[in-house]
Ligand binder design. Structure first.
Ligand code: AMP
Length: 228
């Protein structure tokens, strides 16, 4: 594979893909396109797109492909072309994967590898039940590590449960992942651009596993981030 590769970080909610994307971006100069974060920022801004997607997101349903295509094309156009990209949360379906292949081919970008962060359903449910998010900056915290009157050190507000981390919505989102997104992995496996990583370890261990798998220089700095 050409180094460093464009990456599609694929994992269920709570698999740690957001956290790992942020760490790889920080350590290896990746751009990150995180579709969930992008959509949440539109909802927060209350703009036209935000109004369209708010309900669907709160119910844990997927946004339609045409809208996602516009977002992806706009995001890619805004990036420095030489730097590699990590997609966090896209593609989630085989049609989205095919769409992304077409975009990469027409834009003559090196074709991406899918990296599956494999985590047991029970681990994910536990992690999501503990997840709290700063409503202002979006930083993510894990509940067992929080003091009772904890506030985000950047914004001084109490972190909250994400709307779509309510138990019944978590169920819906996990069902979607296991019914639709696992097929995306087969798609990349058949293309020969597929890697699988055990995502059960600590944040640091998982980062190092990814670095090994991608032949990136292994970093060992301790960091505090626990994004989803
Ligand atoms: P995430 O933060 O990645 O779990 O995404 C939160 C929500 O954003 C999802 O439950 C969907 O409603 C929406 N979303 C994010 N990425 C996509 C995508 N690739 N396709 C459709 N909907 C998406």
């Amino acid at each position: 594979m050409a180094l460093p590769v464009n990456l599609l970080l694929i994992g269920s909610q709570g698999s740690g893909k957001g956290t790992q994307a942020a760490r790889l971006a920080d350590r290896h100069r990746y751009h990150v396109i995180g579709t969930g974060d992008i959509l949440r920022s539109h909802v927060k801004a209350g703009d036209a797109l935000g109004k369209v997607v708010k309900r669907l997101m709160e119910r844990g349903e997927l946004i339609n492909d045409a809208l996602m295509e516009t977002i992806i094309r706009e995001e890619l156009a805004a990036l420095i072309p030489e730097r590699p990209v990590i997609f966090d949360g896209f593609p989630r379906t085989v049609p989205q994967a095919k769409l992304l292949e077409r975009i990469f081919i027409t834009e003559e970008r090196p074709l991406p590898y899918a990296l599956y962060l494999k985590v047991q359903r029970a681990t994910v449910i536990r992690r999501l039940a503990n997840r709290r998010v700063c409503p202002d900056c979006g930083r993510v915290f894990s509940l067992p590590g929080l003091l009772k009157r904890f506030t985000c050190p950047r914004c001084w507000v109490a972190p909250m449960v994400r709307h779509d981390d309510q138990p019944e919505v978590i169920e819906q989102r996990l069902n979607l992942f296991f019914s639709q997104t696992l097929a995306v992995l087969d798609y990349y496996r058949q293309l020969g651009r597929y890697l699988e990583i055990d995502g059960e370890g600590t944040v640091e261990e998982v980062t190092n596993l990814i670095e090994h798998a991608l032949n990136l220089p292994v970093t060992t700095r301790e960091r505090e981030s626990t994004r989803g």
